[in-house]
Design a protein around this ligand. Structure first.
Ligand code: FAD
Length: 508
C-alpha cells in the first residue's frame, strides 16, 4: 500500500524536502508516496538564508529546476566562495587583513599534490587560495564562474548561489506541487502522540491530519520533534558564542552596480557581518554574541558598516543558539531544517543540512516499516555531520590572532574548542589535512575547505622533515606559473557577473 508523508512547515527546509521526496519517491505516480505539506499563513518563514554551498546545484537539478529559473525567479546570483576580512589580525595592526575560501579545489590540471610545495615556499608569498586556483582573481574582478553557453549547473569553476530566501521557497514550492505534492494552508494547534511517535496533528481548518511518516519543518518552534516528542537540544554555545543577528536589505545605489560573486564576511568586535549581493539589493547582517555586545551596539555596528544607505532602512532581529538535536529521527517523525539545529551561517550550512537530510531520508525511507534501524543510521550520521561543521566553524575563530576584544580573546581559549579539533590541529602542525581526515559520507566540508581556512588564517605546517621526498620542485613551480597564466586569461574569458545575470534574465 502507498505510504503517506506529512510535512509540517513550508520554509526552505519544508519545500526542499517535499520536492526532493516527490522526485525520488515518485509522488506523482500510482503506488508512489503521497506527500502533503501543511504550512501556516499566520507564522511566517524565517526568510533569511541567502548563501548556499555547492551541493545546492545537485539538489536543484534533482528537483528538476532549471538554473535560469532560479536566476529569474529567486534572484539567484553566483557564489564562488567566501572572502574573510579582518579575521586574523587586530584591525588596528592590519586593517587590510583578508583571505579567501574558494569553492574550486586546488589545481586539477595535474596529479601532483601542490600543497606540500606551497608549504615549502615554491609559490613565493602568494596565498594558498590564489596560488592553487584561478578563482580568487576571478572573484576579485567580480566575474562569473561560467559563460552563458555553459549548460545548466555546469561550469569550469565550482559555485553555489546567493538567493532571495523567500522567493526560493516559492519556486521550490511550485516545483514540488507540479510533482504531486499537496499543499494545505493551516496552522497546527495540537500534536497527538502515541507509542508509534506522532499519532496525528490537528489543523485549525482541516481538522485531524494523519500520515505514516511526519516531517517536522516548523523551524525553531520544532512543534513535533521537540515540543511533542521531547527530543533534547544539545547546546554548543560554549564553543560558538554568537546567538543573535540583525539584518537589513540594502538597495544598490545604481542599477548597474557590480554584483560580487562571493559572500563577504567581515569580522567585528563581537562577531561578523555578512554581505551578499543579489540582483537589486544586498543582504547584510551582523551575527553577534549577546554576552559581548548589546542589541543597540550591534545595530550601530551594522549601520556603520553599511554607511548612509542604512539611514532609512528597516532592520530585522533574530535570535538563535548554536546546537542541534542528537535525535533528529524519532519513531515516525523526522526533523529537518531549523527544527533540529542551527550553526551560525558563516559557511552557509543551514540549507545544506536540509538538503542532506532530504537525501538521506529518501535513501533510508522505511518501506518495510522498520523505522528504528533507519532512525539510528540517520541520527548517527547527522550527529557526526553537525559536530564536524561546528568544529569547522570554530576553526575560523580559534586560529585568530585577534586580541582586541574579549570576544576574540575568549574564542582562542583552548576550553572553547573540542578535543577533536585540538587533536587535528596538533596533527596538522606536521602534515596538512588530507582525505583521511574526512568522512566522505558525513562531512559537508572536505580537506580542501579545511586547508583553505587553515592556511588562509596563517596556520603553519612544518613538513621540512620530509622535504627530501618532494622531488618535483620544478614541476610544481611550472604548475603555479601555469595557474597564474590561466588567471590572466580568465580575466577576459569569463563575463562580468552582473552582465551574465542580466543576460539570463533578458533571455526570459
Ligand atoms: P522556517 O523558515 O522558520 O519555516 C518554518 C515553517 O513552519 C513556516 O512555513 C511556518 O509557517 C511553519 N510553521 C511553524 N509552526 C507551524 C504550525 N504550528 N503550523 C503550521 N505551520 C507551522 N542558511 C543557509 O543555508 N545560508 C545562510 O546564509 C543562512 N543565513 C542565516 C542567517 C540567520 C541570521 C539565520 C537565523 C539563519 C540562516 N540560515 C542560513 C538558516 C536558514 O535560514 C534556514 O536553514 C532555512 O531558512 C530553513 O528554515 P526552516 O524551513 O527550517 O524554517
Amino acid at each position: 500500500m502507498s505510504k503517506s508523508v506529512l510535512i509540517v512547515g513550508g520554509g526552505t527546509a519544508g519545500w526542499i524536502c517535499a520536492a526532493y521526496m516527490a522526485r525520488m519517491l515518485a509522488a506523482d505516480t500510482p503506488g508512489g508516496v503521497t506527500i502533503t505539506l501543511v504550512e501556516s499563513d499566520e507564522i511566517g518563514i524565517l526568510g533569511v538564508g541567502e548563501g548556499t554551498f555547492p551541493i545546492i546545484r545537485k539538489t536543484m537539478s534533482r528537483i528538476g529546476l532549471d538554473e535560469s529559473e532560479l536566476i529569474r525567479e529567486a534572484d539567484a546570483t553566483f557564489k564562488q566562495g567566501i572572502r574573510f576580512n579582518n579575521w586574523k589580525k587586530n584591525p588596528a595592526d592590519d586593517p587590510h587583513d583578508t583571505y579567501f575560501h574558494p569553492f574550486q579545489v586546488a589545481s586539477q590540471h595535474t596529479d601532483m599534490d601542490l600543497l606540500p610545495y606551497w608549504l615549502l615556499g615554491v609559490a613565493g608569498d602568494v596565498p594558498w587560495a590564489e596560488a592553487c586556483t584561478v578563482q580568487e582573481r576571478v572573484v576579485d574582478a567580480k566575474l562569473a564562474p561560467k559563460l552563458i553557453t555553459h549548460p545548466n549547473y555546469n561550469a569550469p569553476l565550482n559555485y553555489a548561489y546567493h538567493f532571495d530566501a523567500g522567493k526560493l521557497a516559492q519556486v521550490v514550492c511550485r516545483q514540488a506541487m507540479a510533482m504531486g505534492v499537496k499543499r494545505l494552508i493551516d496552522t497546527i494547534d495540537d500534536v497527538k502522540v502515541d507509542e508509534h511517535g506522532i499519532a496525528s496533528v490537528q489543523g485549525r481548518t482541516h481538522g485531524e491530519l494523519k500520515a505514516d511518516l511526519y516531517i517536522d519543518c516548523t523551524g525553531f518552534r520544532a512543534r513535533l520533534i521537540g515540543e511533542a516528542l521531547g527530543s533534547g537540544f544539545t547546546s554548543y554555545k560554549d564553543q560558538l558564542f554568537c546567538n543573535r543577528a540583525v539584518a537589513m536589505q540594502v538597495p544598490y545605489d545604481r542599477p548597474d552596480a557590480p554584483i560580487p560573486s562571493c559572500t563577504y564576511t567581515s569580522a567585528q568586535d563581537a562577531g561578523w557581518i555578512w554581505d551578499i549581493g543579489l540582483h537589486n539589493r544586498r543582504g547584510v547582517g551582523y551575527v553577534y554574541a549577546s554576552d559581548y555586545c548589546s542589541d543597540d551596539e550591534a545595530l550601530a555596528t551594522l549601520k556603520r558598516y553599511i554607511g548612509p544607505a542604512a539611514d532609512n532602512l528597516q532592520h530585522r532581529k533574530l535570535a538563535f543558539e548554536a546546537g542541534f538535536r542528537k535525535t533528529q529521527w524519532h519513531k515516525n517523525c523526522i526533523g529537518v531544517g531549523l527544527s533540529v539545529g542551527f550553526i551560525e551561517p558563516l559557511e552557509a550550512t543551514g540549507i545544506s543540512f536540509a538538503e542532506v537530510a532530504a537525501l538521506m531520508l529518501c535513501n533510508l525511507f522505511p518501506w518495510s516499516g522498520d523505522y528504528e534501524r533507519s532512525a539510528q543510521q540517520f541520527n548517527q550520521a547527522m550527529t557526526k555531520r553537525f559536530e564536524h561543521v561546528i568544529d569547522f566553524i570554530k576553526l575560523h575563530y580559534y586560529l585568530s590572532e585577534r586580541t582586541d576584544t574579549a570576544f576574540w580573546r575568549d574564542n582562542r581559549a583552548p576550553a572553547s574548542a573540542s578535543d577533536y579539533l585540538k587533536g587535528k590541529l596538533e596533527q596538522w602542525r606536521h602534515r596538512p589535512p588530507s582525505f583521511l581526515d574526512i568522512d566522505a559520507s558525513h562531512d559537508i566540508f572536505d580537506e580542501n575547505s579545511w586547508q583553505y581556512i587553515l592556511y588562509g588564517m596563517g596556520f603553519k605546517t612544518d613538513i621540512s622533515a620530509r622535504a627530501g621526498a618532494l622531488r618535483f620542485y620544478d614541476d610544481a613551480k611550472r604548475e603555479f606559473e601555469s595557474i597564474r597564466q590561466q588567471s590572466n586569461k580568465a580575466m577576459t574569458a569569463v563575463p562580468n557577473h552582473r552582465d551574465l545575470i542580466n543576460e539570463v534574465v533578458a533571455r526570459g
